[in-house]
Design a protein around this ligand. Structure first.
Ligand SMILES: C[S@@+](CC[C@H](N)C(=O)[O-])C[C@H]1O[C@@H](n2cnc3c(N)ncnc32)[C@H](O)[C@@H]1O
Length: 225
């Protein structure tokens, strides 16, 4: 098994940021306001933002979902990749963060495409299939309570179209923790475990979904970040 290390993490994140592009002045300003309003500075990097835009575009996304809005920074990157008639639903538990994000996103030209839903992720996700219909999502990004990722996956899975893209942050790790053997051993269990294929255990193969490293997740218990 190849493990993530601090050195590999630094190289990986620098590589992503160099290859995928610079930050963006509008979104930098949004991020700065997020900090000055006292929200935690734990949004994705601009490199990951570019990657999200690309993935959303690659999936020809008409309907996208995000779990974990914070101040709306990643939602803005996702919205940039949507089809002309596309829409994004983004879920945030903290009322103050959801209100901040709704205000900020409404100020962007893409604002009308984005709906911020305040509530607990699992409660909101519980009604999603009935609301949107089965196999209606082209793209999903989860970036909330890492201990609930498997539950998010189970709730979102019936809503994903065949070929949809599901992205789980931080599948590789972050600047402060890594999915490596030391962490796994110290916690006495595996955080994410690959079983060598892109299918979900128990699911029939060949539906063509991309499931970023969560594909074989048995237990996900990294720190919430
Ligand atoms: C890492 S931040 C999200 C950052 C954001 N995706 C970005 O990059 O701009 C995680 C967010 O998930 C929210 N969150 C945590 N648990 C949640 C839950 N059970 N339901 C909904 N939101 C939750 C937190 O309040 C926090 O705002």
């Amino acid at each position: 098994m190849v493990t993530m290390t601090p050195e590999r993490w630094d190289s990986t994140s620098s590589y992503i940021n160099v290859v995928l592009g610079d930050s963006d002045s509008d979104l930098d300003a949004m991020r700065a306001r997020t900090k000055s309003e006292g929200l935690p500075d734990i949004a994705i990097s601009s490199g990951v933002g570019h990657a999200l835009t690309l993935l959303v575009r690659a999936a020809l996304t008409r309907v996208a979902l995000e779990v974990g809005t914070l101040g709306g920074y990643s939602a803005a990157w996702i919205a940039r990749g949507l089809d002309r008639d596309g829409r994004l639903i983004t879920i945030e538990r903290e009322p103050a963060y959801a209100a901040f994000a709704a205000r900020e996103l409404a100020g962007l030209s893409l604002g009308p495409k984005i709906e911020v839903r305040q509530g607990d992720a699992l409660a909101v996700l519980g009604g999603l299939e009935e609301e949107l219909g089965a196999e209606s999502l082209d793209f999903a990004f989860v970036d909330a309570d890492k201990s609930q990722y498997l539950d998010y996956w189970r709730a979102i899975d019936p809503c994903l179209k065949p070929g949809a893209i599901f992205v789980a942050d931080n599948a590789l790790g972050t600047g402060s923790w890594w999915i490596d053997e030391r962490v796994q051993v110290s916690r006495g269990k595996h955080l994410l475990r690959r079983k060598g294929g892109p299918s979900i255990p128990g699911e029939e193969p060949g539906r063509g979904r991309e499931v970023a490293n969560l594909s074989s997740c048995e237990e996900v218990t990294p720190p919430v970040e």
